[in-house]
Design a binder for this molecule. Sequence first.
Ligand code: NDP
Length: 322
Amino acid sequence: MVHKVIIIGSGPAGYTAAIYAARANLAPLMIDGGVGRGQEQLGAGGQLMITTEVENYPGFEHGIQGPELMQVMRNQTLRFGTIIEEEMVTKVDFSQRPFRVWVEDFLYEAQSVIIATGASAKWLGLPEERPVWEGGLGGAGISACATCDGFFFKGKEIAVVGGGDTAMEEATYLTNHASKVHLIHRRDSFRASKIMLDRAYKNPKIEFITDTVIERIHDPALKKLSGVSLRNLKTDKQSELAVEGVFVAIGHKPTTDLFIGQIDLDENGYIKTHHNVRTNIEGVFAAGDVQDHEYRQAITAAGSGCMAAIEAERLLELEGSK
Ligand code: NDP
């Protein structure tokens, strides 16, 4: 059987694409990413499954927990008849139509594909990071999203780790909430663009700590962040910093290993798109964080999932295969 559309991935982009595709009578098949393994492999639902309170998704006046939001979207997806396979795609072949998608040895074929595999934040990889983080991400003190979690740190002293544009942007943004932001970077030169670096330098609430790494996070036993131990890489000097929050801003990794050699990716591995969601292969669309390193919000991902489904519908209609 050749499906009209296969959706790979099940975050806000994938679910929204499925809702729109199903309501356009495309009978979508979603391959949802399977069961996740925490930070290392997010699985079905994606980044929102490891997020606590989501307060900025419109329609939820009093906020909603990330996993609950994903369950509501999944229920809505199922209501319109999307078939969801709880599996992880292992191989694709977009060199001819119908496109081919494998889960191990099992082959699926489709006239169109919507890729919504998302991205994941890079973490420091410290042993204490995870227990603290399991206390409830932003609320517990460790986050990789200032827009999402900055609000929890009103009037508090916090740290941002990283030396790229994201770190500068997040540090600057966080000064709207925090009383002080320590920007910790492992070198004394920065990848960040001059304009963003200058803006951060000029901000009186931001203090730079260079050539320095976080060695330990306190206190995993409490599942809450109470401070960090630092080490200066040049002098080897150790010190303590009492902060209530750490924002890790050392980059994201789009989930695109599967598509290397199949589709055009940019230098950071994100899927290149034009007309919002079209890839270089006609009939293959990409939506959400897998193609957006700029906004990275659930609502923008959902919006692009909607666009991808509409684009798929229009193309199949045009080709007479709808
Ligand atoms: P980058 O890869 O540019 O920077 C990552 C930073 O994290 C580097 O300073 C790196 O240090 C540091 N780092 C990496 N791993 C570790 C680690 N394990 N421990 C400590 N530090 C670490 O990622 P960004 O997310 O900042 O930016 C990604 C892309 O998005 C860039 O192209 C950027 O320009 C763009 N962007 C643009 C924005 C805008 O224009 N408004 C806003 C945000 C991002 P080191 O330098 O030593 O390798």
